[in-house]
Design a protein around this ligand. Structure first.
Ligand SMILES: Nc1ncnc2c1ncn2[C@@H]1O[C@H](COP(=O)(O)OP(=O)(O)O)[C@@H](O)[C@H]1O
Ligand SMILES: [Mg+2]
Length: 213
């Protein structure tokens, strides 16, 4: 469960979240829609602990993760973030990029997970390549693999289908849906077109600065 209680976030004078309240229940799939500039990315970044908040608090499961004065480190939140503009480490191979989040795990577990995720995302032949050798769609799948391999309990996706062709959109959607079912993850999917996930019957919420309506 992610519980946002009266969360206020501002950039200088621009208040983007104004005593924002919402509960994302465990294992739910929520699609968040709203026009460009309405604060969707800001909301995800606040939940992920990438941005400080001015007021209110956020509780993830039973733990207070954000207040005005403190924030739990993003890496300790068991959440995965698929960014609107995914950036892979250019100096690492695809394989190294994907394994980055499992660096401290035993070798056997790394290999097992890598094999599984490469098969399900059809990226096994890309593993030795560098990010600069990938097409946009391939890079998107690799960035998804890099996030999913850590098995996050919470999956935050920021317009994940942008700039993908129809076939790749279907693929990415199927991968996320599969992950959601298999791991009972809590998924927050930000989009300007909630129709793209309508097949999953998500809870569709429209962004407004004080909460999701
Ligand atoms: N780092 C920042 N500094 C100042 N203003 C920002 C920053 N990031 C976003 N904003 C502003 O906050 C508002 C919400 O942005 P954002 O969360 O990116 O919206 P969305 O993802 O819905 O398009 C916009 O007006 C944007 O210009
Ligand atoms: Mg955005």
């Amino acid at each position: 469960m992610i519980d946002l209680q009266n969360v206020t976030k501002a950039y200088g004078d621009l208040v983007v979240l104004d005593r924002f309240c919402h509960i994302f229940t465990s294992s739910s799939f929520t699609a968040i829609q709203g026009p460009s500039g309405s604060g969707k990315t800001t909301l995800l970044q606040v939940i992920a602990g990438l941005l400080p908040i001015e007021d209110g608090r956020i509780i993830i499961d039973d733990r207070v993760t954000n207040t005005r004065d403190q924030a739990l480190h993003p890496a300790l939140r068991q959440l995965g973030f698929v960014f609107q503009f995914p950036a892979l480490w250019p100096h690492l191979t695809v394989r190294q990029n994907i394994l980055y989040g499992l660096m401290r795990q035993p070798r056997t577990l790394q290999e097992e997970r890598l094999e599984e995720i490469s098969a399900s995302l059809a990226i096994a032949d890309l593993l030795p390549k560098r990010p600069s050798e990938l097409s946009g769609g391939q890079a998107r799948r690799v960035s998804l693999a890099r996030t999913l391999i850590t098995r996050p309990r919470y999956l935050l996706l920021d317009e994940p289908l942008n700039n993908l062709d129809a076939r790749l959109k279907d693929q990415v959607l199927a991968i996320v849906a599969d992950y959601w079912h298999k791991h009972q993850a809590t998924v927050i999917w930000v989009t300007h077109d909630p129709g793209e996930v309508s097949g999953l019957s998500p809870a569709v919420r429209t962004f407004s600065p004080s909460g999701l309506v």
